[in-house]
Design a protein around this ligand. Structure first.
Ligand SMILES: [Ca+2]
Ligand SMILES: [Ca+2]
Length: 460
């Protein structure tokens, strides 16, 4: 008789001591009745059930996550080991090395961050999820420690375990004199800039484009167009927006190492003693907002590659400086009626648990509300079409109305028969016989203009 079957989600290989993580929820299905029925899955650690699948590890070392689901035929159970890393410990020589699960590697170095395999399959896995948008992995291979076949990179969605890419940056003896190496994904072999033989000054780089589903190299050349996931299914992208990253040395024959240079905006060196990087903020730009419309501020996300985001807020100013929001929660959505022209300022503040904030480099989103409506000109009397030379006549007074409350400029000119333009006030005396033009010109602060032109004949 069948017990429930699991549909697994991603389980992180390692987590940080004291940092709360949400474990992606697994599903289980019971087919014992003949029809598919979803069954609850329980997650526990050290005999404690994790409600909401939220876990705050309070002890370093290897822990076993126990997934279980029960039906009338019994219980299905699966154990997954997760390493709890303590970044505050003095156990590691290099500060940044503490953020990696390490299997068969030694991490050393001062200026560089050297990962040396102590056995084939030497592997590092970065403990924190990395944002896919703008993802970049940069590394190089020292020529005297290149006695291995490839560096295998794995990127897996933090929720959906099927959204996984595995590829090799591979040494090829043909590349001894060329600044290129092989890039191997499944059966496909492509070229990537960078060298295992020290002939290149440029590093290997993996850039993943969310919008294009492409991988490009340090030179910006597209290396690969992703069409399939590791399991062969059609590629749908990394839907959670975050991935776990690991790098493995495969085919070790002798001295085997690589230098990890950076993961996204985090540079890796042996010298780094603490987190110095301000969290990143991801928000959607707001475009095309008109006066009188509703402006929607979409939820924003703050992310820090090493530490926790401890403060994140948003303040919104109207063009005249009125605060519409003060230190509000940016992970929510807000809506306002646009009642002013000019630049609305949306200012995000963020701070991580290591004390890095953006106070001096605030993330500001400016939304310009443009006035596209022309002022209207109304005259309080009729412009005469025929007047007598040498005799003064009244210039009708103009009344200006505009949608914006700001000041509107008005100019009134007479264009004489000889082409001379004269600014006029309330009256004018023509000195020539012929065709004159009377021009009213109004302009608002946004540069919207209106002309009114009248022809006046001057006779004797
Ligand atoms: Ca930081
Ligand atoms: Ca206007």
């Amino acid at each position: 008789m069948d017990r429930p079957l699991f549909e697994r989600a991603t389980v992180p290989e390692s987590v940080l001591l004291g940092r709360t993580v949400n474990i992606a929820k697994w599903k289980a299905f019971d087919y014992s009745s003949g029809a598919e029925q979803e069954t609850a899955v329980t997650l526990s650690v050290d005999g404690n059930v994790l409600s909401d699948w939220t876990w705050t590890p309070n002890e370093a070392g290897v822990k076993t996550l126990v997934f279980s689901a029960t039906n009338g035929n019994g219980t299905t159970q699966e154990n997954v080991q997760v390493e709890v890393l303590d970044v505050t410990s003095s156990g590691q020589n290099l500060y940044l090395a503490k953020y990696f699960r390490q299997e068969n590697v030694e991490i050393s170095g001062t200026s560089s961050f050297d990962v040396t395999a102590t056995a084939d399959g030497g592997k590092i896995t970065f403990v924190n999820p990395v944002i896919v948008d703008g993802f970049r992995l940069r590394f190089s291979v020292p020529a005297d420690k290149n006695a291995y076949q490839a560096i295998r990179v794995t990127l897996v969605d933090t929720q959906n375990a099927k959204q996984k890419l595995v590829f090799d940056v591979k040494k090829n003896d043909k590349n001894l004199t060329v600044d290129k190496s092989d890039f191997v994904m499944g059966a496909d072999v492509k070229e990537i800039a960078g060298s295992f033989f020290g002939i290149s000054t440029i590093p290997f780089e993996i850039n993943y484009s969310v919008s294009e589903n492409t991988i490009s190299d340090y030179l910006g050349n597209v290396v690969y167009i992703v069409e399939k996931a590791y399991d062969g299914s059609a590629w749908t992208g990394f839907e959670s927006g975050k991935v776990y990253v690991s790098m493995e040395i495969v085919g070790k024959e002798g001295d085997s190492a690589f230098n990890l240079l950076s993961i996204s905006n985090q540079t890796f060196t042996g010298r780094t003693k603490k987190d110095l990087i301000i969290p990143q903020i991801f928000y959607n730009p707001i475009i095309n907002v008109n006066f009188g419309d509703m402006m929607t501020i979409q939820p924003a996300v703050a992310y820090d590659i090493l530490s926790e985001v401890v403060e994140f807020n948003v303040t919104v100013y109207t063009p005249s400086g009125v605060k519409l929001l003060t230190k509000a929660d940016p992970t929510k959505s807000y809506e306002f009626k646009v009642e002013e022209y000019g630049a609305y300022k949306i200012e995000y503040f963020v701070k991580d648990s290591a004390g890095n904030d953006n106070k001096y480099m605030p993330d500001i989103l400016i939304v310009n509300v443009y006035d596209k409506i022309q002022p209207e000109i109304t005259l309080n009397s009729t412009v005469p079409s025929l007047v007598v030379v040498g005799k003064s006549f009244s210039i009708p007074k103009a009344v200006i109305t505009d949608n914006a409350n700001d000041s509107v400029t008005l100019k009134v000119w007479i264009i004489e028969p000889n082409g001379t333009m004269v600014e006029v006030g309330s009256s004018y005396t023509p000195t020539l016989v012929g065709k004159y033009q009377l021009v009213y010109f109004a302009s608002d602060n946004s540069g919207c203009t209106t002309f009114l032109t009248f022809e006046i004949k001057v006779g004797r």
